[in-house]
Design a binder for this molecule. Structure first.
Ligand code: GTP
Ligand code: MG
Length: 415
């Protein structure tokens, strides 16, 4: 298996120059097109062409093409990141508390002391990528810089709460200190908010009042830490008294990479990504998940545990699947790059089988396969992982080829 994974990665590496060339081509096309647009505008503005030519120039919709080309460029950038990667990455996705961290513990031998798996409230706060290493274990914490923090953490609150005075896109602070100096009205003084928006506003107030916890961490850098310290960065810690979040340090963390020794050698050159479950009140998680799935993931593993009562697929499951589908859209159909794992958490195989039987009809979820395993069991988790790795090494080249072929459609670029 090791050599197969290695072959896939070096195959990708061999195509990287061609991908770079395509991106250069797109970039120069974008520059030339915008020059052309400027020239066209200038001709029209200067009134140096007759009315017929003016109309012809005005009908020439360069802007639309530039828009489409810029959109397509993102996919090519995505392919470039994929092909340069030295690992095959599996993104573990699911709602809160389905067993994602538990599964990753079973595979990696990391424990609650590193990537905690807990019952009750949301547990994992930050995306972590776990890699196998033969040498010393360590972790790398990547912090937001000020600009990314404003755009990725604060922006979702400001844009979604635009009906509150002082918020909205146009009031987005330009610096962290501007955010710190802002005076927000207490929640009780704001009338007519839906309970959803109340939750969001309350979160924003918390980000504001707890800025001291994280403002010194916001920098453009990363930090290497001992793996015993990981927990402080990847989990929510709650106050025992009121169940409120106790520390906001995690807010500054963009992602964390963990290098640890996996007990099973087959996971060599694999990255396993723990993606926080989507909740109701923290904004931006969905965008962060979409970015991770687009940039860091070769295959998705959805995890879902059976419900104790009314065990059936729900709209939230389908919604999560739809969000993931939107990442590569028609470029690569999600049923060719995702697996479902039913977490046999309660030891009821009938419940798991019911979900498996109804996944496509009732859940409207189509994946390569629907597996069943108890995520707490290293053996069962390992078996599920092996199925996924086997698919990856046999199919990834074909998937890459389909992805590229579909990206070439707009440009008719030669093979
Ligand atoms: N016995 C048993 N417990 C499990 C299993 N899977 C998850 N749990 C428990 O269920 C709780 C939630 O599991 P997590 O692994 O933290 O869930 P998660 O999907 O990572 O949740 P978030 O981080 O909040 O998105 C924890 O208390 C786990 O110990 C399982 O297969 N068997
Ligand atoms: Mg978790």
């Amino acid at each position: 298996m090791k050599s197969k994974i290695q072959a896939v990665i070096s195959n990708r590496g061999a195509s990287i120059d061609a991908i770079k060339q395509t991106l250069e081509y797109i970039n120069s096309a974008l520059i030339n097109l915008s020059d052309l647009k400027r020239f066209e505008d200038w001709l029209i503005e200067q009134e140096i062409v007759d009315d017929i030519t003016k109309k012809e120039l005005q009908n020439n919709d360069i802007e639309k093409f530039v828009e489409r080309l810029s959109f397509e460029k993102k996919y090519w950038e995505n392919i470039q990141i994929r092909f340069a990667r030295q690992t095959l990455n599996i993104g573990v996705v699911g709602r809160m508390g389905q067993g994602k961290s538990t599964f990753l513990q079973s595979i990696s031998a990391l424990t609650d002391e590193h990537i905690p798996a807990k019952s009750g409230q949301a547990c994992t706060s930050t995306q972590s990528v776990i890699y196998h290493t033969e040498s010393k274990e360590f972790a790398k914490v990547y912090y937001y810089n000020e600009k990314d923090f404003i755009n990725e953490v604060l922006y979702p609150y400001y844009s979604n709460l635009d009906n509150i005075k002082g918020l909205g896109k146009s009031n987005l602070p330009s610096s962290l200190s501007e955010f710190e100096k802002t005076s927000f009205k207490p929640l009780g003084d704001i009338q007519g908010l839906s309970s959803k928006k109340e939750g969001w506003y309350n979160n924003l107030l918390k980000l504001h009042s707890n800025i001291a916890d994280y403002k010194n961490l916001i920098s453009s850098d990363f930090e290497e830490i001992n793996i015993s310290k990981i927990k402080e960065f990847v989990q929510y810690t709650y106050n025992e008294k009121n169940d409120d979040i106790a520390s906001y340090r995690y807010v500054a963390v963009k992602k964390i990479e963990i290098f640890t020794k996996f007990p099973d050698n087959n996971v060599f050159q694999l990255g396993l990504i723990d993606i926080p479950g989507l909740g109701d009140t923290r904004l931006g998680d969905e965008e962060r998940m979409i970015r991770a799935l687009g940039e860091d993931v070769d295959i998705i593993l959805f995890i879902r545990k059976p419900d104790k009562d009314r065990n059936q697929w729900q709209d939230v499951d389908t919604n999560l699947y739809d969000i993931a589908s939107s990442v590569l859209r028609e470029k690569l159909s999600l049923d060719t790059w995702s697996f479902m794992l039913i977490n046999n958490r309660h030891g009821s195989i009938e419940d798991c089988n019911l979900l498996k039987k109804t996944i496509s009809l009732k859940g409207r979820i189509k994946t390569i396969d629907c597996l069943i395993a108890n995520c707490k069991s290293p053996e069962e988790s390992k078996q599920a992982l092996e199925t996924i790795i086997t698919y990856l090494v046999t199919s990834i080249s074909e998937l890459d080829a389909v992805f590229i072929k579909n990206c070439r459609k707009l440009l008719y670029l030669t093979e």
